[in-house]
Each structure stands twice: as structure tokens, then as C-alpha cells.
Ligand binder design. Structure first.
Ligand SMILES: [Mg+2]
Length: 250
């Protein structure tokens, strides 16, 4: 790869795709996901990218419609729920096999509810998955230990796969769907895309890194070391990423 990996993208916008995580990448991390926002300057840069690049997409752990609400830029494509949802012409499509897991997700939610309450966390019902948030718990370390000991076994018992996020615990159906397969889905049917860039800040973004040409890590205090090691380019926080995206317009 050349000394400036971004040059590979910048020089051929008509055949390059720009793919972006949302929380911690476009939107600064805040205590509660409902308070997240993508700064207006960032939205303006994304709108300019849509004009120039063949594909601009957001690949989020949020529900697809929620990601679209945070990035209200016409022409941007969305994959949500770590690839379990795709937004197609404004309609949410579930990935194959998800539908039959919906009753198990409801069962699991009810089962872990008292444990999550005891931990001081809360459950985000994401339809095709669930996320336990404990950033706001009185003692996040104790909350995590409690969830590990008592909630994860219940999630596993119904067949769900659990995974730690940033101050959160996610549970989802055991399907071969992740941010990487979501990116492949977005690129599918676009034979004009020959290069791709993905930017993210968390462990699940490694799946996105696996399928693109240029990997951008957004560094914060909580960015996992593996992500930084796998990256071609590291930027400092969401502000660093906006500067990088703006440089793709030069
Ligand atoms: Mg993120």
C-alpha cells in the first residue's frame, strides 16, 4: 500500500465507496445513546461525499432507522443492527434467518430484566437483537461482573450469542451476519465499486475492516488495541475523522 492509503480512494471517487460507523465515529460518545448527535459540519461533509463518491454508507450497531435519523443526508445507504437490518428505499429488511429468532429475543429480554435492573443498567430492545447498557450504572465494573455471572448464561441458554461492547453487552441470533457482511451487502450489485474505505472505533468494526481496502480507526480512551493495530490510518476522535473525510474532497 502506498505511503498515503487515502490517496487510493481520493483519486478514484467514481469507483470508491466510503463506509462509516456512526457512534464514536461520526457522533461523539455520550452517556446515553438517545443523546447522540452527529455535528452539522460532519453532515455537510457527508453530503459532499455523496456528491462525489459512488457509494456512501453507514454501518451501525443501532437500528437502521435510528442510524438514518442520526445521519439525515439524502443518498446515504444504511445497514443497522450490525448487519441484521438493511434500509432499502426507506424500508427495513431483516437479514435471512432473523425472523425466526424474534420470539427467543423476547424470552431472553424478560429473563434478564431483573438482573439488569439490579446491575443498574437498562435494556435497549433493538428488534433483531438486544443491548444491555451499563455506562450509567453506579458501579459499571460491578455491573459487568453481575451480567457476566448471571445474564450471559441465560442469553446463551436460549441460543443467543453475547458480546461485550463499549460499556454494553449485546445479544443477537447466532447468524453469520456482522458489519463485514453488511458492507458486502451494500456493495453487492454495485460492480462499479473497486475500492472501499471503512472507519470505525470499536471491536465490531474489525469485521468491517476485514472486507475493505482502507481501514480507518477512530481513537478514543476506549478504542480497543486490536482495532488500532489493524488500521491503515488512525485519527484522533470524531473531529479527526471529519478532517479525514474532508480531505477526501480535495
Ligand atoms: Mg462505534
Amino acid at each position: 500500500m502506498s505511503a498515503d492509503p487515502l490517496q487510493r480512494i481520493r483519486t478514484v471517487p467514481a469507483s470508491s465507496a466510503i463506509l462509516l460507523d456512526v457512534d464514536g465515529t461520526l457522533a461523539p460518545i455520550v452517556a446515553h445513546p438517545d443523546l447522540s448527535a452527529v455535528p452539522p459540519e460532519t453532515l455537510a461533509v457527508i453530503a459532499a461525499l455523496v456528491e462525489r463518491y459512488v457509494l456512501v454508507g453507514c454501518v451501525s450497531g443501532r437500528r437502521a432507522l435510528d442510524a438514518a435519523r442520526l445521519v439525515p443526508v439524502p443518498g446515504v445507504h444504511f445497514a443497522g443492527n450490525h448487519g441484521l437490518e438493511l434500509l432499502v428505499d426507506g424500508e427495513v429488511q431483516l437479514a435471512g434467518g432473523v425472523e425466526e429468532w424474534l420470539p427467543d429475543l423476547r424470552t431472553a429480554t424478560a429473563a434478564i430484566e431483573p438482573i439488569v435492573a439490579e446491575a443498574g443498567g437498562w435494556i435497549e430492545d433493538k428488534g433483531a437483537s438486544l443491548t444491555v447498557h451499563f455506562r450509567e450504572a453506579p458501579d459499571p465494573t460491578a455491573a459487568r461482573a453481575l451480567l457476566e455471572l448471571r445474564a450471559i448464561p441465560l442469553l446463551n441458554a436460549v441460543g443467543l450469542v453475547s458480546r461485550w461492547g463499549r460499556m454494553s453487552l449485546e445479544a443477537r441470533p447466532p447468524l453469520p451476519v456482522d458489519k463485514g457482511s453488511a458492507i458486502e451487502e451494500l456493495l453487492l450489485g454495485r460492480p462499479g465499486v473497486h475500492r472501499s474505505l471503512y472507519a470505525g472505533d470499536d471491536r465490531t468494526d474489525l469485521d468491517g475492516f476485514a472486507v475493505v481496502d482502507v481501514k480507518v480507526a477512530v481513537r478514543s480512551d476506549e478504542t480497543p488495541e486490536e482495532l488500532l493495530e489493524a488500521a491503515d490510518v488512525i485519527v484522533e476522535g470524531t473531529e479527526g475523522l471529519v478532517a479525514l473525510l474532508a480531505s477526501l474532497l480535495d
